[in-house]
Design a protein around this ligand. Sequence first.
Ligand code: GAL
Ligand code: CA
Length: 350
Amino acid sequence: MSQTIKNCFSRLLPSMLAAALCLLPLAGCGGGPEPRDTVRVGVALYTQDDTFIASVVQNMERTAQETETDAGIKFNLSVVDGRNNQTTQLEQVDRFLARGYDVLCVNIVDRTAAAVVVDKAQEAGVPLIFFNRQPVDEDIRRSEQVYYIGVDAQGNGTLQGRLVLDAWEQDPSAVDRNGDGVLQYAMLEGEPGHQDALLRTEYSVKALTDAGVEVEKLASATANWNRGQASSRVALWLEEFGDQIEVIFSNNDDMALGAIDAFKAAGAGQLPLVVGVDATAPALESIAAGELYGTVLNDADGMAQAMVDLSLALWSGEDPADAVSLEDGHYVWLPYRQVTQENLSDFLET
Ligand code: GAL
Ligand code: CA
């Protein structure tokens, strides 16, 4: 045999062997039911059209792939978009259950529908993980196999308020534009009735008033977590209040960026102090550019990791408490942190 042919043969040998093995009646060589080493996780989103949720999904896909390699199993992730419609999402849940998925992860559209989802999953004997949109505790406790993974909204609201408090204490004149000793603010709220919107709205301002800072609310409105809606709303506020607005609290980063869009579009000189929550990639860029003052990490990566780890434990029958840090047998609380220009490098991907 010539050297070239020998080289070629030795390169082909592994695939020829694999092909030969596949002729043997072994499982895993195509066709038939999924082998037992495949975990099938159904992920139902309230909407795909949400920057933070999209980044949770992206992280989940990456983490699932890493887990496949590390654990030597196949992680079959199926993600569906509820398009902000609870009826659509319930049908999607039914479909996952009918197809025998091993674990369901649900980002519920309407938290008052949680009990229905719990009952469906329990009847099918399938463990259920709610994430990001928190059902009431009573619904979580309806069944042993129900979990919630999320971030404490009160805590990250307080941290958002403290971002502003620190700026006020360090250099009041930089924040207090009209020098009246009162902090004039506007509030951009997420969806009405959403736990994160309610608590962030309340606790961000409370961090200032608790510290003795006098505040005055000029305006507040819901913009449903949405950048475009926030931008339209703030354009109106600009007409009404102009540079009287000293601080804009926003329940999330997308709306904070929408506020900045409006200021830029109006050519309105100096930006007020704008703060968000999430630490999405565009928000980090805006902090780097000196536009968004700061944000509070809503840990998309940690959330994804916890969902993958918990799903795997529930599928394999391992004690969930060994896989994730579980509180009260049902809750995984992720840590949160402030982000400003000072510590931005800790959050930018290397
Ligand atoms: C919040 C997040 C928002 C939005 C919302 C959806 O936690 O800050 O950006 O994603 O969840 O439920
Ligand atoms: Ca003032």
